[in-house]
Design a binder for this molecule. Sequence first.
Ligand SMILES: [Ca+2]
Length: 314
Amino acid sequence: MATLVSPSNYSPVEDAQTLRTAFKGWGSDDKTIIAILGHRNVHQRQEIRKAYEEIYEEDLIKRLESEISGDFEKAVYRWMLEPADRDAVLVNVAIKNGSKDLHVIAEIACVLSAEELLAVRRAYHNRYKHSLEEDVAANTTGHLRQLLVGLVSTYRYEGVEINAKLAQTEASILHETLKEKKGNYEEVIRVLATRSKTQLVATFNRYRDEHGISISKKLLDQASDDFHKVLHTAIRCINDPKKYYEKVLRNAIKKFGTDEDGLSRVVVTRAETDLKDIKELYYKRNSVHLEDDVAKETSGDYKKFILTLLGKQD
Ligand SMILES: [Ca+2]
């Protein structure tokens, strides 16, 4: 379930006018910006953007970028984009950041449905005039490249059928490869980049039943290089995306100085889908409400905006 609270009654023209007033003069009225944009769903935000452009002949997103700054600006910018376009931006930033962010590419490729991932690839073409696959390939090498290109290029079957025999065979392929640590990576990549998620979850369950440890825990022990880190992320995102996101939030908040990029990414991308469930998982795991931890670790307009997307009523 979503955390976003948006009204059924709203006027894109009035919102555009109120925003324009909030931009007037030196600085901007950030409280008003948050009160409006933090309470509008993806369709409403696009309508406001359109109305604003028609009335003022100015791109609302560009204006926002010039009015606000820092983590607040970054989060609002991402929030204003349509989901596929936003993911294209997130993947592009991750490609540029390289090693420390490659897991974000795997996250987006493995959480999205086949159609959603296809939409991200289209959005990426429009925005960057390259294919996502070629940019990923140009910035990585070896097995890591094969794995990432495989994950972003896939169009997975989404049926619920499970082939138990295949799950058994492929669980042993995973086991053998991870055991050797220099084994048959092509086979592991083939399995992860082509099978349906339902089939893969059956394979991961089979692995756990046979070896008494989940494959993601097993990988954690050896997730020392980029290849294994990306593999770990891919498996966790296919297995249980909400649990994965809970961990991303936990790490972002617990990190000294807070990882605002990680925090914003999860909140902005999940606020309209399953952030409420992720929040509940967070509470179960940490015995603290996510809002309380976020309030403690962030400040200013950024804090207000993130808390608004988390569904906190002012
Ligand atoms: Ca201004």
